[in-house]
Design a protein around this ligand. Structure first.
Ligand SMILES: CC(C)(COP(=O)(O)OP(=O)(O)OC[C@H]1O[C@@H](n2cnc3c(N)ncnc32)[C@H](O)[C@@H]1OP(=O)(O)O)[C@@H](O)C(=O)NCCC(=O)NCCS
Length: 216
């Protein structure tokens, strides 16, 4: 395999590749099909905003002409929330109504568990006045450990500094071990950590939801 790779700004043609990697890494670095039969529901809900409404804050890593990793982000929490409420969620509800997503027993259980996790307040949050930006970063399994995740994060942090954004946060879990190591290595602080029961139906290990933040 040619080990040469580089990072460039996201282009609309990268959308399918970004969605593929997002789906292939959504279960603690493994494919989402562990907890959802039809990945399109997850991808539309979690990633549609970044590719379709904030593409100027997205970056991809490329090797041999293929996207092998990405970082997507938001710098404006109000725009993010407004777009989720008035664009993304209504589109998903419409598609659900039209039977476009296959909702099997795994997806039903996941949606039930995530709703309970919210009710039980198992998801730590950041103060958005201090850390208005957030991000998601994922690298194709074949390309991990080559410096790509670090390169994507450093590119995004430079981008935020140029824009004068005061801080950035992200959500992860203790099981995303390399990710936690990398965030701490880049100076992020743990803002909150809460044990969650939401994965008990599928994982033996105890999971802790974590929120990391960095002031720029
Ligand atoms: C987390 C992730 C984005 C990191 O990207 P990456 O390209 O694999 O990481 P890098 O090669 O840039 O390495 C970053 C640091 O982690 C270390 N590292 C990488 N892989 C490692 C491993 N398997 N074990 C221990 N350390 C590791 C590197 O040595 C480097 O540390 P250094 O700067 O001290 O040398 C990537 O591994 C990934 O997509 N993982 C699965 C999905 C995920 O967890 N995403 C984040 C969700 S919040």
């Amino acid at each position: 395999m040619n080990q040469e790779w580089f990072i460039r700004p996201y282009q609309s043609d990268d959308r399918d590749a970004v969605f593929r990697i997002a789906g292939d890494t959504a279960f603690f670095g493994s494919p989402i099909e562990a907890y959802m039969e039809d990945r399109r529901l997850f991808l539309d809900a979690y990633y549609g905003y970044y590719t379709d409404y904030a593409p100027e804050h997205a970056w991809v890593a490329v090797a041999n002409g293929h996207v092998i990793g990405f970082l997507v982000g938001s710098i404006d929490p109000k725009k993010y929330r407004k777009t989720m409420v008035f664009r993304i969620i209504p589109t998903i509800i419409k598609r659900l109504g039209q039977g476009e997503y296959r909702i099997g027993p795994k997806a039903r259980r996941y949606l039930h568990e995530i709703a309970l996790a919210f009710v039980r307040r198992e998801i730590p949050e950041a103060d958005e006045s201090v850390y208005p930006s957030h991000l998601h970063v994922n690298v194709d399994a074949h390309w991990r450990g080559c410096g790509i995740g670090k390169g994507l994060l450093m590119t995004y942090l430079d981008h935020l500094r140029r824009l004068g954004v005061p801080g950035v946060h992200l959500q992860t879990t203790n099981l995303n071990r390399v990710a936690c190591y990398l965030y701490e290595r880049l100076g992020f602080s743990l803002l909150g950590a809460r044990k969650t029961r939401m994965w008990q139906w599928i994982l033996k290990e105890e999971v802790e939801n974590r929120c990391y933040g960095l002031q720029l």
